[in-house]
Design a protein around this ligand. Structure first.
Ligand SMILES: [Zn+2]
Length: 257
């Protein structure tokens, strides 16, 4: 008998490389009753995390969203009149409120750090807002974009790193939303954009999702959900799966689900 543990393929999937010695990813979410989602922009909760949030809500969790900017630096602002640009933060806040309702989120809180410059904020500024949200929600776990930022936007990475820092201090587990390497590679190639994936061996949860409520929530972000966006291709490539990895694992001895 070899001492090496060979995972048994399930669902017809075969490990992609020889170094994979962990068990298969779970197909279930962590059993958290209260979940805090921390994102950078109004629409990240829908475009990126919509199906995952819906899965938590469907499983009975109370989900709150903390969004660290008003989204005022949207590239769409370039085509707007100065008056409309001034109205963009309020418009995006309304869109977030509507999307949160559609996803079954109990509360979405917007705080006004500068969109496009989250990474340049004073040390602790973002973490203070995450701390306040953690105090209010008392979450069993946090959900964020992977700490790479996933889509190449530095704000995403800054938001996730702030959430991770607070969670480590407070002993709260964190899962990060990830794209498998193959999906990220396709998007990079097709659109010529930055997109960070992970090796399949790094995926902790491979979740079967419904896109119905996510698509409704995406439609609520009317100023952002434009045709031809990479978003639609990403959803097509992911199909009915979303992938998560542990950024901060639960304390040892506590089953992740
Ligand atoms: Zn974003």
């Amino acid at each position: 008998m070899s001492a090496t543990r060979n995972p048994v393929p399930q669902d017809g999937q075969v490990p992609q490389d020889g170094q994979r010695d962990q068990s298969h990813p779970s197909d279930r979410l962590p059993a958290w009753q209260r979940v805090l989602v921390v994102v950078a922009h109004p629409d990240d909760e829908s475009f990126g995390l919509g199906a995952v949030i819906d899965a938590f809500v469907t499983a009975g969790a109370q989900v709150e969203v903390l969004c660290l900017t008003m989204g005022e630096a949207s590239t769409l602002a370039e085509g707007l009149s100065p008056q409309s640009v001034g109205e963009l933060p309020a418009m995006r806040a309304q869109e977030l409120a509507r999307a949160a309702d559609l996803l079954g989120v109990r509360r979405a809180t917007l705080v006004r750090h500068p969109d496009g410059a989250l990474g340049q904020q004073p040390a602790g500024a973002l973490e203070a807002d995450v701390e306040a949200a953690v105090d209010r929600v008392a979450p069993h776990g946090l959900v964020v974009f992977d700490t790479t930022g996933v889509t190449g936007h530095p704000d995403h990475a800054a938001a996730s790193l702030a959430a991770e820092a607070v969670a480590r201090r407070r002993g709260i587990p964190v899962v990060g939303w990830v794209l498998p390497d193959a999906v990220a590679a396709s998007l990079r190639q097709e659109y010529g954009i930055g997109m960070d994936g992970v090796d399949p061996a790094a995926v902790s949860v491979d979740l079967r999702v419904s896109r119905d409520r996510q698509l409704q929530a995406i439609a609520a972000h009317r100023s952002q959900a434009v045709p031809g966006s990479v978003l639609w291709r990403r959803l097509e490539l992911l199909g009915d799966h979303e992938y998560l990895r542990w950024i901060v694992e639960p304390p040892s001895g506590v089953a992740p689900n």
